[in-house]
Design a protein around this ligand. Structure first.
Ligand SMILES: C[S@@+](CC[C@H](N)C(=O)[O-])C[C@H]1O[C@@H](n2cnc3c(N)ncnc32)[C@H](O)[C@@H]1O
Length: 629
């Protein structure tokens, strides 16, 4: 089996691991897979008595974990993944299923039960293909790592203890509350393990080899391409598309797991006959239950939890020192112990730590804290007046903050230095996270000078000069912004970025052969946009470039919701689709050349100023290579 090509099939896809397990994360990272971690909220509470065999339970739990994330992400994270991977590991002994212990005592009991006994470890895995539909549901491949023949057991054996019985103290030392069965084979628990029959990584928590074989089956075999297989299963399934929880169909009479898509003894992977468990009925994925609505009901609590944790510096404290107690965290953030405990529990249930340390720690390079605090202090109060905003069709700044605003920037964001800093921090953090993707969206090598119109702190400009060694960028923004620029200067000085203060509606724009409008046009009405574009059009000679970076709505104006939610608190601006931006710009002699959806916070579109004397078709052709004439 050639693994890399299988993994490369996933490049460009949004792959999500629905598990917070660092072991699974490490195993998948080590093979070069790019994925996001979104831990599942599915509670591991399926009724074990409903399953004939223990591994059915692991597979079903894996499936439910993956499904929960697949269903939540479009709402909570405002994006639909391509693939969600769920996994669940259980240990079985004496007919009992052992999961993660609830506490140390439980872990101790589990480990003592395993001591000296052969037991089995099963990791069920589910791959949910979110864009492959079966009926109304995502397509799901569930499997269990191939069991060694003749018995479906992947065994790990603890040392016999008649001579070296594990002492109470050693057990306490070794036990791990975070792992099924109470021990981690890759950690201290490994000291007890005499040998493993079967796939070691399956015992660790993720059967990598079998996972890759599954992917190969899904993506590489022409006969097994997702759509082809779906048809076959539709027509010939024995269990139908839905297997109830208590009868996962892949169990043979003697309890073997070959129907879970296991390999045969020669190591060949047979065509899976029934590995797809399409959750079409309420019993399978509980379609009758309004998951999305319930998530939305709680959405505001989740946002406010994130805002508060950020504002109190919880993620900073946690990233500074490891192994803090709740009391210590409470002390550091100057909050009550009970409140801190609740906040930590809620925050942990919402966010994975890897992303928290990258995006939620104040001084991390890609920190989103600036934007989060802006959402907390400015956007949140505006949204508390949403009903009035809808009734009146106006921004609620005055109601929320007691100040009238003719111009949101001058009268709102810049009315006090601390408010201005908060606004600039917000713009800066988003520009840092999205800037590289916008700057590298197109080949801009033919442009030598650029003007970032409304470029704020210069964060975007620095990303452009970093990405294009031949380019220098002048940041043009209002005087109150430009005067604060020194607060945001990068550590490494870059002379190719300079700043000019001015008003883009009133003052002359600096000369450049590329103009950047990042998050500018959505703030203004069509009339104001025309006013600005007409100025830009006059400033541009034929061949000049104009790069617009915004969230582009789809043609139906139905996605992404991020843009539509933002519009609810807008003043005079509006969110637009790429086609709507094109319409506005072509009226001023700008021809669209490329559109790039970056899968980041902002998309980008490149336009070139037409030469009125040259035939339009020829211009579009020549502008494909963005020739500056
Ligand atoms: C939404 S922010 C976008 C900042 C930056 N382009 C980015 O993408 O991070 C809008 C910027 O336009 C600036 N701006 C608003 N009105 C302006 C005007 N009349 N002239 C110049 N800049 C203006 C604001 O000061 C602010 O920095």
């Amino acid at each position: 089996m050639v693994l890399n090509p299988v993994i490369s099939k996933l490049s460009g896809k949004l792959v999500v691991l629905a598990s917070a397990s660092p072991r699974r994360l490490e195993i998948l990272t080590n093979i070069g897979l790019r994925f996001e971690v979104v831990p599942s909220w599915f509670k591991e509470t399926l009724d074990k008595t409903l399953f004939k065999m223990p591994y059915e339970y692991a597979v079903e739990t894996a499936k439910q974990k993956a499904l929960e994330v697949a269903q939540r992400m479009p709402f909570k994270h405002l994006k639909t993944p391509d693939i969600v991977i769920g996994a669940d590991t259980v240990v079985t002994v004496d007919g009992l299923i052992l999961e993660k212990p609830v506490d140390k005592q439980d872990a101790y009991h589990m480990l003592s039960r395993l001591s000296g006994k052969e037991h089995s470890v099963y990791t069920g895995v589910a791959i949910v293909l979110c864009h492959e539909r079966q009926g109304k549901s995502s397509k799901i491949h569930c499997f269990l790592a191939p069991p060694p023949t003749p018995h479906p057991r992947v065994g790990v054996f603890l040392q016999k203890v008649n001579t070296c019985r594990i002492s109470y103290r050693s057990l306490y030392f070794i036990l791990d509350r975070d792992k099924a069965g109470g021990y981690g084979i890759q950690a201290l628990g490994g000291m007890l393990v005499e040998y493993v029959k079967g796939d070691f990584l399956n015992v660790v928590g993720f059967p990598l080899n079998h996972f890759c074989k599954q992917l190969e089956m899904i993506y590489n075999s022409p006969l097994e391409s997702p759509s082809h297989k779906m048809k076959r299963e539709d027509s010939g399934g024995t269990d139908g598309p839905c297997s109830p929880v208590n009868s996962l169909s892949k169990v043979t009479e003697n309890g073997e797991v070959s129907n879970f898509n296991s390999s045969d003894s020669a190591g060949q992977t047979p065509v899976p006959e029934q590995n797809v468990v399409g959750p079409e009925c309420a019993k399978c994925n509980n379609e009758g239950f309004p998951h999305k609505i319930v998530d939305l009901l709680d959405g505001f609590k989740a946002s406010k939890t994130l805002f508060t944790a950020c504002k109190l510096g919880v993620f900073d404290v946690l990233s500074d020192s490891e192994g803090l107690t709740v009391e210590e965290v409470a002390d550091k953030i100057k909050a009550s112990v009970l409140g801190t405990e609740r906040l930590l529990e809620a925050a942990v249930s919402l966010e994975n730590t890897e992303q928290a340390s990258r995006f939620l720690v104040l001084d991390s390079p890609l920190s989103l804290c600036g934007y989060i605090l802006h959402c907390n202090d400015l956007v949140w109060p505006l949204f508390t007046h949403l009903e009035s905003a809808v009734r009146e069709g106006t921004n609620q700044y005055e109601r929320a903050f007691g100040k009238k605003t003719e111009n949101l920037f001058q009268d709102g964001y810049f009315r006090k230095d601390d408010i201005k800093m908060r606004f600039m921090n917000a713009m800066h953090s988003v520009a840092k996270v999205t800037g590289k993707d916008v700057a590298t969206a197109f080949d801009l090598s033919s442009f030598k000078t650029a003007c970032d119109v409304g470029g704020c702190t210069g964060a975007m400009a620095y990303e452009f000069t970093k990405a294009h060694p031949g380019l220098s960028v002048v940041v043009f923004d209002l005087p109150p912004v430009i005067e604060m620029r020194s607060h945001f200067q990068p550590k490494e000085q870059d002379d190719r970025v300079s700043f000019i203060a001015g008003d883009f509606f009133k003052d002359e724009l600096p000369k450049a052969d590329l103009y950047i409008l990042s998050r500018i046009l959505h703030d203004w009405s069509d009339d104001k946009v025309h006013e600005l574009l007409s100025k830009l059009s006059k400033a541009c000679t034929p061949g000049c470039g104009l790069l617009v970076s915004e969230i582009f709505l789809d043609e139906e104006r139905s996605r992404p919701s991020r843009a539509l939610l933002q519009a609810l608190s807008m003043t005079e601006g509006r969110q637009r689709s790429a086609a709507e931006y094109s319409d506005l710009l072509t009226k001023h002699g700008f021809t669209p050349v490329h559109t790039q959806c970056t899968d980041n916070l902002l998309d980008a579109m490149l336009f070139v100023k037409e030469d009125p004397n040259v035939d339009k078709t020829l211009q579009i052709l020549s502008s494909e290579s963005v020739v500056v004439t």
